[in-house]
Design a protein around this ligand. Structure first.
Ligand SMILES: Nc1ncnc2c1ncn2[C@@H]1O[C@H](COP(=O)(O)OP(=O)(O)OP(=O)(O)O)[C@@H](O)[C@H]1O
Ligand SMILES: [Mg+2]
Length: 209
């Protein structure tokens, strides 16, 4: 199963969700690889900071990604593609080869407006491929005790694309664990962040079922 994590806007949580989700999927004894399609190489840097001990990260940051990826996907139950902050040929290649595309959005109107082009590209692809890849929004960096997330859910309805119930909240542990090449699951297996990542894992499995 190939999951593309895409949003051309920078800093929406693509890499954070990619690496933590990868770790979450491994917990069910599945094999997982992260494909870093971002020339910035954040996921590769994360992998290097953890000495490659948690999840294998490989870099494929050329527009031939949809073909190159075939060399790796057969060896893993899950391939997660960490997207670059551009709506580039690589994003198009990711949409072509993914079974699922997740679009992390922060609870801000700017983030919502910025996804419009991506949604258009995904829908254009779905219209010629019998609905593939399946795509959904996932709200990242939600702030506790605000009504913003609810408002964002409401606003996202206009795109006519599912929104995951699960998502991430703004928590220092995400940034801290990133620095050391770790994950929230390794750092605090029973913590709130680990629990929210496990909920995303569950929802992905339901989404493809
Ligand atoms: N839930 C969260 N709580 C706290 N900090 C977060 C959370 N998610 C992401 N961050 C932090 O926000 C910043 C941007 O996140 P991240 O790098 O995952 O986004 P991105 O979409 O991959 O960015 P880019 O577009 O540059 O690739 C990072 O410093 C990360 O540690
Ligand atoms: Mg990133």
């Amino acid at each position: 199963m190939i999951v593309g994590i895409l949003n051309q806007k920078g800093g929406t949580g693509k890499t954070t969700i990619s690496v933590n989700l990868a770790r979450g999927l491994q917990q069910d004894d599945d094999t997982v690889v992260v494909v870093d399609s971002d020339p910035q190489g954040s996921a590769r840097d994360w992998g290097a900071a953890g000495n490659g001990n948690i999840v294998t990260v490989i870099g494929l940051d050329r527009p031939t990604l949809d073909k190159d990826i075939r060399a790796v996907t057969n060896n893993y139950d899950w391939t997660l593609i960490d997207g670059a902050p551009q709506l580039s040929e690589m994003a198009i290649a990711t949409i072509k080869c993914s079974d699922i595309v997740l679009i992390p959005v922060q609870p801000s109107p700017y983030d919502i407006w910025a996804t419009e082009d991506l949604v258009d590209v995904i829908k254009a692809r779905q219209s010629i491929t019998d609905g593939f890849p399946k795509a959904a929004f996932i709200i990242s960096r939600q702030i506790k005790n605000t009504t913003l997330s609810k408002e964002i859910r409401e606003a996202l309805k206009e795109y006519d694309m599912p929104v995951f119930n699960s998502g991430t909240f703004q928590r220092v542990i995400y940034a801290k664990t990133a620095t050391s090449g770790s994950t929230v699951i390794d750092s605090e297996p029973n913590g709130e962040a680990a629990i929210e990542i496990k909920k995303i894992v569950q929802e992905i499995k339901e989404f493809i079922a």
